[in-house]
Design a protein around this ligand. Structure first.
Ligand code: SF4
Length: 176
C-alpha cells in the first residue's frame, strides 16, 4: 500500500508537465526597450528550461512594439513613452496575449521581470522617467493575477519553486 508521499511523487513523475509563463528577457532574449536582455542565471530556471517547462513571452513585443523602442512608464494608469506618446493600447494587447497563452496552456504561474511597466510584480517606475521605483504592478502582471495566475518576480525564484513543486502539484493530486 502506497503512503500519500510516495503516491504524490509517483503522480509528479507520471503527470504531464505544467507550463510556467516567463518574461522573455529573463531567458536572454533581446527584447527590452533598449535592445538588451535581463538574463537571469539560476539553477531553478535551468532545471525548468531543461524540462521544457518554460513558455516565454515579451508582452510589449506581442502588443506590437518594436525592439528597440522608447522607454515607457505608467502615469495615472496610462502607459506613456518618453516621447509623450500614449501607448497603453499596445500594453493592454500584450497583456491579453499573455492571458490567452495562460488560458490555452492552463498556466497557473508566471515569472515576470520586476520593475517593468508590463511585467513588474511588486515595483514599477513612478512615471517621472527618473528611475524612481514605487510599489506597483505592471499591466500584464496585474491582468494575469486578476485571472488567478500566481505571479512571481525573478527575485522570488525560491518562492516560485516552492509554489510549483508543492502547491501546484498538491492541487493537481487532489483533483485526480
Ligand atoms: S515587457 Fe516584460 S518580457 Fe518584454 S522586455 Fe519588458 S520586462 Fe522583458
Amino acid at each position: 500500500m502506497l503512503n500519500k508521499n510516495t503516491a504524490l511523487q509517483m503522480h509528479m513523475l507520471f503527470n504531464p508537465r505544467s507550463y510556467i509563463l516567463i518574461s522573455a528577457c529573463l531567458l536572454g532574449e533581446k527584447v527590452r526597450f533598449d535592445g538588451k536582455t535581463k538574463k537571469v542565471e539560476s539553477l531553478i530556471l535551468e532545471r525548468w528550461q531543461a524540462d521544457k517547462q518554460l513558455l516565454s513571452l515579451c508582452p510589449e513585443v506581442a502588443g506590437g512594439l518594436t525592439v528597440p523602442r522608447p522607454a515607457a512608464e505608467i502615469q495615472d494608469g496610462d502607459v506613456i513613452n518618453i516621447l509623450g506618446e500614449n501607448i497603453s493600447l499596445n500594453f493592454h494587447r500584450g497583456a491579453q496575449e499573455a492571458l490567452r497563452l495562460c488560458k490555452k496552456h492552463q498556466i497557473r504561474m508566471a515569472i515576470l521581470k520586476e520593475g517593468s511597466p508590463s511585467c513588474g510584480v511588486n515595483r514599477i517606475n513612478d512615471g517621472s522617467f527618473t528611475r524612481t521605483k514605487i510599489i506597483g504592478q505592471g499591466i500584464t502582471s496585474t491582468l494575469l493575477q486578476k485571472h488567478g495566475v500566481q505571479v512571481f518576480s525573478e527575485q522570488q525564484l525560491n518562492e516560485a519553486a516552492a509554489y510549483f513543486y508543492v502547491t501546484l502539484q498538491q492541487q493537481a493530486y487532489r483533483q485526480d
